[in-house]
Design a protein around this ligand. Sequence first.
Ligand code: VGL
Ligand code: ZN
Length: 240
Amino acid sequence: MLDRRQVLAMLGTTALASLAPTALFAAASIKPDDASALLVIDVQNCFLPGGSLAVKEGEQVVPVINKMAKAFANVVMTQDWHTPGHVSFASVHSGKKPFETVDLPYGKQVLWPDHCVQGTEGASLSKDLAIPHAELIIRKGFHKDVDSYSAFLEADGKTSTGLAGYLKGRKIKRVFVAGLATDFCVAWTALDARKAGFEVYVVEDACRGIDNQGSLAKAWADMAKAGVKRIQSADIAASA
Ligand code: VGL
Ligand code: ZN
């Protein structure tokens, strides 16, 4: 018979053994270098609590992103930047409600509440972001008849935002994507970054999703298939 002390000792060993792989080997194994850039996607008031298209727990990404950004010499931020009466707004399609879809010349478009209208408070980046060294803020979705979830390519599949050229001009090879929302602007940006030839990491705990009709699971599946690496902020070493 084992006594209580022996059982506890065994449990202790088991617990340690199961912790060891993550605690000792996986943590902080990725070191951003000068050829790496962090892309901070759409951390804007409209997507945060109280915003017109608030993403659940969206505010929780801010401290994670602020901390992680310190490890990057290169940071680019994006802003969803729509015209008033933008084609992605349900309010301009009679009889349609937010989260329904409509067929546009470039394909199926999910309709949203009015959000991120150019120059409004809702379109401003969160005042809690603390990334003074960010080098570029790129705006997207500013053509009235075309949406742009991706920071690289508009939803017509051919109009470039110029971001790939910028990053290549800066000799960036690896991009790390964080922000809102995982299943729309983060995922489309990550997929287009792969298509543009970058090595791509999505930092899961630095993102939150909308999850409209299974969109979150589909986004992760599409990203995995495209070779996007799914990591946690703890996998990134604290400084460059
Ligand atoms: C986004 C829906 C509409 C996003 C932008 O930032 O993920 N989602 N516009
Ligand atoms: Zn939008």
